[in-house]
Design a protein around this ligand. Structure first.
Ligand code: AP5
Length: 216
């Protein structure tokens, strides 16, 4: 079988980025993440797309969705070049889900669930490497030296949208827009619900079992 095509869904802070890094390494697939792609292009001029704001930055700092036209183009380009992937951060609404159906088939859909208050704690305590993007948490997954990435020695930063106000808005946006995407997929044979509130290792073990069962 060719390299797996994996979709990972879940609310902000569920562990999508953390587990996607494991998946990319274990299965040799590309980590396609709309969040990182947009953060790398926060100030691109999108005014010709008839959007409310002229750049993605304003949407992201408030925790709102960046307009579909911008995100669909990023994903289509990334998937067209990937030999197997883990797709993280997309689709985030039913229109994006419809677009994705025209871009690729999927081998397995993973859905991580975590309670709201745990998500707030995870996101407000998250630290991200400014160089390689590795994720840490001040309490749940601390780096060996405070403020320094274990992977590459880069600086760890607190994301601008990881303040409590933006986090709570991101969770509301998820409930309104993205929870219906999970309902849209959850009766498919390739859909697997994973308890994301377990330890990092237990979540990873369940994810590997799910991917292996659907790609063997
Ligand atoms: P994005 O970057 O995708 O953010 P998100 O969905 O809010 O997801 P996060 O990266 O915050 O969480 P995660 O699930 O990856 O959790 P992580 O592994 O880091 O999007 C940002 C913004 O971009 C959006 O708000 C929007 O504006 C825009 N955007 C992106 N995609 C878009 C789209 N398709 N359409 C429109 N707009 C879009 O884990 C979190 C923390 O918890 C870490 O500190 C980690 O160490 C810790 N942790 C993880 N797992 C565990 C565990 N099992 N136990 C304890 N701690 C854990």
């Amino acid at each position: 079988m060719s390299n797996p095509r994996i979709l990972i869904l879940g609310p902000p802070g569920a562990g999508k980025g953390t587990q996607s890094a494991n998946l990319a390494e274990e299965y040799g697939v590309e980590h396609v993440t709309t969040g990182d792609a947009l953060r790398a292009n926060k100030d691109m001029d999108i005014s010709d797309m008839d959007t409310e704001y002229d750049t993605p930055r304003e949407y992201m700092e408030a925790g709102d969705l960046v307009p579909d036209a911008v995100v669909n183009a990023i994903v289509e380009e990334a998937l067209s070049q990937a030999d197997g992937f883990v797709l993280d951060g997309y689709p985030r609404n039913l229109d994006q889900a419809e677009q994705l159906e025209g871009m690729t088939d999927l081998d397995v859909i993973l859905s991580l669930s975590v309670s709201r208050e745990e998500l707030v704690d995870r996101l407000t305590g998250r630290r991200v490497c400014d160089d390689c993007g590795a994720n840490f948490h001040v309490d749940f997954n601390p780096p060996e030296a405070e403020g320094v990435c274990d992977e590459c020695g880069g600086d760890l930063i607190h994301r601008e949208d990881d303040n409590e106000e933006s986090v709570r808005n991101r969770l509301d946006v998820f409930d309104e827009n993205t929870a219906p995407v999970i309902d849209h997929y959850d009766d498919r044979e390739d859909f697997v619900a994973v308890d994301g509130e377990q330890s990092l290792d237990a979540v990873w073990s369940d994810i590997q079992d799910a991917v292996d069962a659907h790609t063997a």
